[in-house]
Ligand binder design. Structure first.
Ligand SMILES: [Zn+2]
Length: 373
């Protein structure tokens, strides 16, 4: 039996069950707050798309006192003169705008997809956490950035044109990081917060959170010259920007619970935003660090596509390959296997892991008409 026909059969067998679930609660075993997140993730919302607009008007514009700037960034202020800014972004890396079907793994309590597009928990989950903090009355300036995924355009705009909104802000905390334990201290090649803050904040979050200097980029990197302590926190999504992206709902809950218990008034800001850190990459001469063969082999095995990219950029040809093979005495034969991406190991593994699943029925078309059974 092919995988497809098995899935069809599985769908028919479980259809009556799903119907019951629909009546029981919003089409799945999801508790209400998770059903809301799943519903948010049904929007595929590349920057400046119709679906991003619909998503933002449905979930963000309805928040109390929501304002918009000329670029389309949204702002919500809770409390008087907040010291903390919370940051997320409304766009995703989907290749199309529209709606999508989400699945819930009831055993692992994870949301995931079964097609070629990403889930969009990067950064739907960040937006969802901000919505929950606002509802809980946590004082702060909440910025829902536009167009993070195409180079942080929304936050660049704010840093230039809307800086006055950041007056009095000492902490910028983004919810836009994979995994379950990072308090990011360095991103975009430079320091974004002090080690003292990263350590203290990680302790306040408890659990698995630890300072991490391996950040890539999110909007708060665009504020490091304006705001003392800028960071990014893990929100429990994994494999972002790919069809294997999933969201661990327990980890999102753990973070939310921890955030609700933080005493924000006692946070201490110590980094001078004007000071250039010795570790900022743009401030030091590039140093070539040679890699040993074992290190290189390990990196290649961990990251074969990156290795292929490097070889491709270096102009590696079949002749190079044949030559290396002859001179090294290797018997490995190069095969061009076009099916590796679609029928590869990861997907097969997922099918096993994802055997018990619940279809999330909050699916609707682009006009918002519900399509559930
Ligand atoms: Zn993101």
């Amino acid at each position: 039996m092919t995988r497809q026909s098995f899935m069809n059969l599985w769908g028919r067998v479980t259809a009556p069950l799903r119907k019951q679930n629909t009546q029981r609660h919003g089409g799945s075993h999801l508790v209400e707050r998770h059903a809301e997140l799943a519903e948010m993730l049904t929007y595929m919302r590349p920057a400046y798309s119709v679906a991003e607009d619909q998503f933002t008007s449905r979930f963000v514009d309805v928040l109390p006192g929501c304002e918009m700037d000329a670029f389309g960034n949204r702002y919500v202020t809770v409390g008087d003169k907040p010291r903390v800014m919370f940051s997320g972004h409304t766009d995703t890396v989907h290749s199309v705008s529209g709606r999508q079907k989400i699945f819930h793994d009831t055993e692992l309590n994870q949301l995931f997809k079964n097609d070629t597009e990403c889930l969009g928990a990067d950064d739907g989950t960040g937006v969802w956490i901000m919505m929950n903090l606002i509802r809980a009355g946590v004082p702060g300036l909440y910025i829902f950035h536009q167009a993070e995924e195409c180079g942080g355009q929304g936050s660049s705009y704010i840093a230039k044109e809307e800086k006055h909104r950041l007056d009095g802000i000492e902490f910028a905390i983004a919810f836009d990081r994979r995994g379950n334990g990072d308090v990011i201290s360095h991103q975009a090649g430079g320091r974004c917060c002090s080690d003292a803050f990263a350590t203290d904040f990680a302790e306040r979050l408890g659990g698995k959170y630890k300072p991490c200097d391996g950040g890539v980029f999110t909007d708060t990197a665009n504020y490091t010259h304006l705001i003392s302590e800028c960071t990014n926190l893990s929100v429990g999504y994994y494999n972002e920007h790919s069809k294997h992206e999933y969201q661990d709902l327990n980890e999102a809950d753990e973070l939310l619970t921890a955030l609700l218990a933080v005493d924000w008034d006692t946070l201490v800001a110590s980094r001078d935003p004007k000071e250039i850190d010795e570790h900022d990459w743009y401030n030091v001469e590039p140093v070539e660090i040679e890699m040993g063969y074992d290190e290189l082999l390990q990196l290649t095995m961990n990251n074969p596509t990156l290795a292929a990219d490097i070889l491709f950029d270096l102009g590696c040809t079949f002749r190079d390959y044949e030559y290396a093979k002859r001179t090294s005495g290797s018997t490995f034969d190069l095969q061009v296997r076009g099916d590796v991406m679609d029928d590869g190991y990861i997907e097969d593994l997922e099918d096993d892991e994802r055997f018990i699943k619940d279809e999330y029925d909050g699916y609707a078309d682009i006009d918002g008409n519900r399509l559930d059974s």
